[in-house]
Design a protein around this ligand. Structure first.
Ligand SMILES: Nc1nc2c(ncn2[C@@H]2O[C@H](COP(=O)(O)OP(=O)(O)OP(=O)(O)O)[C@@H](O)[C@H]2O)c(=O)[nH]1
Ligand SMILES: [Mg+2]
Length: 467
């Protein structure tokens, strides 16, 4: 049959952007055809069923992409012919450029189902198996259609997704080893797999830790910014957010109501609440405003009390604290108080230690700053962060963890530990694959992209057909 002599080529992965795109080649000369433009090992000399890194360069020597080439030799391939699968980066543009390069140089585009047809013609599949492949293709389309992913709030979900995808790719390689049964092949690099698992576990542990602090990722740490009128509270809020969110003016009483904005510091979300200035109330309306701010302070996990060093002497600050922060034994244990000595640019020689007060204000919770110049704003962020991370007593008052996520994190972590143990003790690939699947499942629960089709899609799009 003449067509069997031709090398066919097709993009085997689903159309569109993806992490990896696979180009598949089959035919008597497939390995020679690819090798001419593959710069790495000489593919015509490598053993069957091995994977090799290399660069694809076009006729002008211009690099198109870095790829992994999986080399299969007849009859041990899907089509029973010599075959190559090039795993490239998943850009549709790059993939089509590479296919065009090979079509100009010895291959031709495969017709729909042609890989499967060759497998059938070469006796690899019987007809019912060929039909099953067709069914799988249909199923794949339906499931990709349903792939609407729920998202976690906060920045971790993308990280988990990317790591999970890497794990899926490994899993697919291990599943492929299983397909080769008794033959001793290793497509999945065990060392790389280990490194990946450890990397995922590190992220898991960070997450577990942050979830222990009351699901702060989702709900945020309520942080009230309080102080006298004109102290620079709104200026500080803007500096923390790095944008002009609150109106700032030299008129005392600029901020009338509370303003709330969220700020992410190293993965923990802080709900910053800018309040109206408080001072010894002169009239009823003002008294009401003061009460409102006090209430906010009582409900918050953290309070950042801002004072103007040019206006407030130490005794003024201490009086304010007595009056507004209601420091008593009970409250001291509840919300944590941080103090910001603001407008240091106007009074750079301010003696900060003069403001210290036993058990209340000390070097660990008093920070000098110039909000207007953003001086020490980063240090304040660090202080906010450590206030949460280093204070287990904060646990009591933060909102309960999201149990489902917490459980999923633990399950994923445990499954990953099993994967590591399995790898170390040389466990058979099918058992390692099982533990990986369990980890994938738990990871998927966290990001909401749980779908048993994932694995299937990945294996299928890589190994079954090039459309
Ligand atoms: N020199 C100097 N001026 C500042 C600093 N921070 C704020 N200001 C000025 O102080 C004035 C009051 O600032 P705001 O941020 O509006 O103060 P506030 O505490 O929000 O005031 P209210 O909302 O009225 O309670 C404005 O003119 C700011 O430009 C600072 O670090 N240095
Ligand atoms: Mg203000």
């Amino acid at each position: 049959m003449s067509h069997v002599n031709e090398t066919i080529v097709a993009i085997a992965t689903a159309p569109g952007q993806g992490a990896i795109g696979i180009i598949r080649f089959s035919g008597r000369d497939a390995i020679d055809v690819v090798d001419k433009f593959f710069f790495g090992k000489n593919l015509t000399k490598v053993p069957a069923n091995t994977v090799h890194y290399g660069k694809i360069k076009n006729e002008d020597g211009q690099m198109l992409d870095e790829c992994m080439a999986t080399v299969f030799r007849a009859p041990r391939s899907y089509t029973k012919e010599d075959s190559i699968e090039l795993s490239c980066h998943g850009s549709p543009y790059i993939l089509s450029e590479i296919v065009k390069l090979f079509v100009r140089n010895g291959a031709r585009m495969a017709k729909p189902g042609e890989f499967t047809m060759r497998a059938f013609l070469n006796g690899q599949l019987d007809l019912s198996q060929a039909e099953a492949v067709a069914d799988l293709i249909a199923a794949e389309n339906a499931s990709t259609h349903d792939l609407a992913l729920k998202q976690l709030r906060g920045g971790f979900s993308d990280v988990i997704k990317a790591l999970r995808q890497e794990l899926i790719d490994f899993s697919a390689l291990i599943e492929l080893e299983l397909d080769f049964g008794e033959e001793d092949v290793e497509f999945a690099d065990r060392d790389k797999l280990k490194t990946l698992v450890l990397k995922i576990q590190r992220v898991m542990q960070e997450l577990i830790q942050s979830f222990q602090y009351g699901n702060v990722i989702k709900n945020g740490v309520s942080t009230v910014i309080a102080g006298r009128p004109n102290a620079g509270k709104s200026t500080l809020l803007n500096a923390l957010l790095n944008e002009d969110r609150a109106i700032v003016s030299d008129i005392a009483g600029t901020t009338r109501d509370t303003i709330e904005e969220s700020l992410n510091i190293k993965g923990i979300r802080f709900r910053l609440i800018d309040t109206a200035g408080i001072r010894s109330a002169q009239d009823v309306i003002e008294k009401m405003g003061v009460e409102k701010t006090k209430e906010k302070i009582n409900q918050s996990t953290l309070t950042v009390y801002v004072f103007d060093v040019t206006e407030s002497k130490p005794q003024d600050l201490w009086n304010d604290i007595d009056e507004f922060l209601q420091v008593n034994e009970e409250l001291k244990l509840r919300g944590r108080k941080l103090f910001v000595a603001n407008k240091m640019d106007l009074n750079p020689y301010t003696d900060l230690e003069a403001y210290y007060k036993e058990g209340l204000i000390h070097k660990d919770n008093l920070l000098s700053a110039s909000a207007i110049n953003k001086m020490n704003v980063e240090a304040l962020k660090d202080l906010l962060y450590t206030s949460i991370i280093d204070n287990p007593e904060m646990l009591d008052q933060t909102i309960i963890v999201n149990n489902r996520h917490f459980e999923a994190l633990h399950n994923a972590n445990n499954a990953l530990t099993k994967v590591l143990e399995g790898l170390d003790s040389g466990l058979s690939p099918d058992l390692v694959a099982m533990d990986i699947r369990q980890s994938l499942y738990s990871l998927g629960e966290i990001t909401g992209e749980i779908s048993s089709d994932d694995l299937l899609d990945s294996i299928f799009s890589r190994f079954c057909i090039g459309k």
